[in-house]
Design a protein around this ligand. Structure first.
Ligand code: AMP
Ligand code: GLY
Length: 364
């Protein structure tokens, strides 16, 4: 009816359920991986086996479906240890356990299906890695890809990276953590083998590949793959594009070759997430938002969990409500813009971290 020219699929659930396959069979051009490609995000157990098979660096692991062998394996492991529900869990299916007792409880809880349902019917028990996290987003078309600027998210809800894991409380890009030589190495040791491995497995991977990396003393290791743009990483990557985004997405959706390199703006972008106090647990909704009418150059408000009430007012409607974006020549300036805007936005339960970018600032 609407003669849609291109569908860009954002979230992981429809991708894992094969919406791109369905759109393609209906003759609608779609950006994103097919169901087979989306398994890189939809099954951590599959992904770990894939990484091992193609010798792509990642944490040591074992997959389990039964409680007894998993508990025996745990008794042989040193702590801390990481326990992951294999299936989709909106970022909440990863537990870092400090002792045997907590680890055993996590294994039983997941495999019994009590807390993660089907997603926890298989688990990954994984070596704990230490280092800094960063993520690499790529627009892919088979073995051809375009690497976007590397970003750093802040997953913990509290300042100083404390408290519960969230979808992400703020981000910046590009990060100085990774220089051009390091990026080239990641492309050679991680990206190319991944796309070539997928091809050997019969998957022509199209769409976004988001690689979560841990930079350890032994080099970068893959923490996870996502098959979509990250939130809030996308909010800081896209403002740096000089090229038209849609043209790039179209190349991928059509299975055409992507440019190997494009130029990016020489700016730094930072985004601070304005959440409802209580997130990622329970939080209020329906609060009226007060937003500034005019924004200084380089600032932008990005809506996430918002809605409009019957009176036409904008109200909060989710845990992560808005993003405050600053784009400038330096990290400090981008940060000032983003935080100045946070002060001009109001709603009753407004909560945000005041230390986004703290690691990068301490690197200067
Ligand atoms: P994932 O969804 O697999 O990326 O895990 C979510 C978060 O848990 C990551 O962003 C890390 O902060 C943490 N994490 C996952 N795996 C490990 C690991 N092997 N060692 C240390 N931290 C991890
Ligand atoms: N920021 C993490 C994610 O989008 O999964």
């Amino acid at each position: 009816t609407n003669e849609i020219d291109l569908v860009v699929v954002g979230p992981e659930i429809p991708l894992c359920n094969g919406v791109v396959d369905a759109l393609q069979s209906a003759g609608v051009l779609a950006y994103g991986p097919d169901e087979a490609g989306a398994r890189l995000e939809g099954s951590k157990a599959f992904t770990k086996n894939f990484l091992a098979k193609y010798e792509i660096p990642t944490a040591g692991y074992e997959n389990f479906k039964e409680i007894e062998p998993a508990l025996y394996h745990l008794s042989q492991c040193s702590m801390p240890i990481v326990i992951k529900a294999s299936g989709l869990a909106a970022g909440k299916g990863v537990l870092i356990c400090q002792n045997q007792k907590d680890a055993e409880a996590a294994v039983k809880d997941m495999l019994s299906g009590d807390s993660f349902g089907e997603s926890g019917k298989e688990i990954v028990i994984e070596e704990f890695l230490e280092g800094e996290e960063t993520s690499l987003h790529l627009i892919c078309s088979g073995e051809s890809f375009l690497a976007l600027p590397m970003s750093q998210d802040h997953k913990k809800v509290g300042e100083g990276d404390t408290g519960l894991n969230t979808g992400g409380m703020g981000a910046y890009a590009p990060t100085r953590l990774v220089d051009d030589d390091m990026l080239d190495e990641y492309l050679d040791c991680i990206v190319r083998p991944t796309l070539a491995g997928l091809k050997r497995e019969g998957v022509n991977f199209r769409g976004t590949l988001y690689i979560g990396l841990m930079l350890t003393d032994q080099g970068a290791k893959v923490l996870e793959f996502n098959v979509r743009f990250g939130d809030p990483e996308t909010q800081v990557i896209l403002p740096l594009l000089e090229e038209d985004l849609v043209s790039l997405l179209l190349l991928s959706a059509r299975g055409e070759v992507l440019p190997e390199k494009i130029s990016f703006k020489k700016s730094i972008a930072m985004v601070v997430v304005l959440a409802s106090l209580g997130y990622p647990e329970s939080y209020p909704k329906g609060e009226i938002l007060s937003l500034p009418n005019e924004l200084p150059k380089g600032s932008e408000i990005i809506h996430a969990g918002t809605a409009q009430n019957e009176e036409g007012e904008i109200i909060s409607n989710g845990g992560r409500v808005l993003c405050s974006l600053g784009v400038a020549q330096t990290l400090e300036a981008a940060r000032s813009l983003a935080y100045a805007l946070c002060e001009k936005i109001d709603f009753q339960s407004k909560y945000f971290r005041r230390d986004i970018g703290h690691r990068e600032l301490s690197r200067q």
